[in-house]
Design a protein around this ligand. Sequence first.
Ligand SMILES: [Zn+2]
Length: 171
Amino acid sequence: MQRADELAPTAAFRAGPVAGQLTGSALAACPRSACSGRWQLPGGTDRPALTSPEAAAEVLVAELAGADRERCLAALLDTKHRLLEVATVSVGSIDHTFMSPREVFRDALLANAAALVLAHNHPSGDPEPSRDDELVTRRLVRAGELIGVEVLDHLVVGGQRWVSLARRGVV
Ligand SMILES: [Zn+2]
């Protein structure tokens, strides 16, 4: 059984605006070294907790904004949903095989993550999720349930705008 304080972070993924946009300050705060792929934050308790799509967007959207190819990232989280690392799931494919469960959960298992938030960009700049985006997300949520890594959300990013599939009710 889960305690109330463990349920609260997940609930924040379900209620609130479906879409958002990064502000200038959030972009400036983005650790640009993250753009080079896999990176890790120093250990300890000062790691940010990604307890809402807004918080996840601050980390993930800045990484994807302006990318000219499709990229898929996963923010890997511990049991309190604090950020362990941002992993690059894959880069550059135009179909959705680039979000296969194999690729998505490989780094999560290696990092011993309890949960993750996915994000991928649409180089067109339109953050509207495709039908495939929704189908792939549902599949990944089920796969995560089987192996014990909770998929909290999947952000679709276009430019600095994002849409949360959790808030759409897909996750
Ligand atoms: Zn997409």
